[in-house]
Ligand binder design. Structure first.
Ligand code: NAD
Length: 323
């Protein structure tokens, strides 16, 4: 039986990845500061611990493992990473986690490791036109991310690739573009746009209104969690190191995203545009490289993914009202 460690197994993508690996027959150890919030973990073994602490890392990587998935990071949506208030924490915490995890794997001779980077590492100057952003993998340099979160991701990508070159490790690096789905953060300030709009729509009375940061003309693409995991697993089993985008290439404006949530909910709401942290004007996944290297790319529509996500968030909203 293959053995894997999932770092960040208490988080959104990590908790789903543990389920996926279990379904594939892996023995899985999860590690995180916390257990998953919305469902019990599927992991065989779960260590509550801080990966900034080297003694915790030594305990986690205490023997042979076939694969490691490093998803732990200090992160959140625009309200967390673009205000500037959390920059020092984001850089220090995530870089320390990556330095520790990778070096402990190396010292334990654990060679096969996945690292989750982000589309936030792409240069801001290529994402000013909302209708025509460039997120081709080769456009990463000269680097100019618009957030410290993006700079840390860029540093850590290079760190993993350097261990691959110098220490013969089999690293795999993906740049995720806005992953969403059930059992993800939906309130509290760290939630992302799809979850935030599902929540706002679920909470609004029909014919009422919701708030939106900015004019809503900024563009993004959003990838459903199951497709993200399919991409991660395919990349891990392939000979391709990356970095490669794992995202959807169905680009929508934030206004369109909100409209989809309203349509799924069957509510007619007006939108109040208010100032708020926004990030770049346009972003879309370029899927040419993943298609070329893995012979696969995500195909599910945003609408299909939202149809599976909205009911879960509406249920969370209803339950939190009852409390
Ligand atoms: P998440 O915040 O739900 O999960 C990250 C987990 O890391 C959390 O459970 C958190 O408790 C844990 N963690 C943080 N600091 C830790 C520490 N010191 N020790 C142990 N655990 C710690 O985020 P997610 O959406 O599941 O994202 C997973 C990874 O994918 C992250 O690296 C993130 O940067 C990357 N990513 C995600 C998206 C997205 O849209 N969700 C997009 C781009 C990149």
């Amino acid at each position: 039986m293959k053995k894997a460690v999932v770092c960040g197994a208490g988080g959104f993508i990590g908790s789903h990845l543990v389920k996926r690996l279990k379904n594939e027959g892996f023995w899985v150890r999860g590690v995180d500061l916390k257990y998953p919030e919305y469902a019990p973990t599927a992991a065989d073994d779960f260590i509550i611990g801080d990966l900034r602490d080297t003694t915790v890392c030594q305990r986690v990587f205490d023997g042979p493992f076939d694969q490691v998935y490093q998803l732990a990071a200090d992160m959140g949506g625009a309200g967390y990473i673009f205000t500037g208030e959390n920059d020092a924490d984001i850089m220090h915490n995530s870089a320390t986690i990556n330095l520790n995890v990778l070096d402990n794997c190396y010292k334990r001779n654990i060679k096969h490791i996945f690292y989750s980077s982000s589309a936030c590492m792409y240069p801001e100057h290529n994402q000013l036109d909302p209708d025509n952003p460039n997120c081709e993998e080769s456009s990463a340099y000269p680097a100019n991310p618009d957030s410290e979160y993006g700079w840390e991701k860029l540093f850590s990508e290079r760190l993993y690739l350097a261990y691959g070159r110098n220490h013969g490790m089999k690293v795999r690096v993906a740049r995720f573009h806005n992953i969403f789905g059930p059992e993800g953060t939906w309130d509290g300030g760290k939630e992302k746009a799809p979850a935030a709009f599902c929540r706002k729509v679920a909470m609004a009375e029909d014919n009422g209104s919701i708030e939106m940061w900015g004019d809503g003309k900024q563009t993004r693409s959003f990838l459903y969690i199951d497709e993200c995991l399919e991409g991660v697993r395919r990349l891990m089993e392939s000979d391709f190191e990356g970095p490669v985008n794992i995202g959807s290439d169905e680009m929508v404006s934030i206004n369109q995203l909100a409209q989809m949530a309203m349509e799924i909910a069957g509510k007619n709401l007006s939108v109040n545009h208010i100032p708020g942290p926004l990030g770049v004007r346009g972003r879309n996944s370029d899927n040419n490289l993943i298609h070329e290297k893995l012979g696969w790319k995500p195909t599910e529509t945003l609408y299909e993914g939202l149809k599976k996500t909205y009911p879960w968030i509406a249920q969370q909203v209803a339950e939190s009202y009852k409390k």
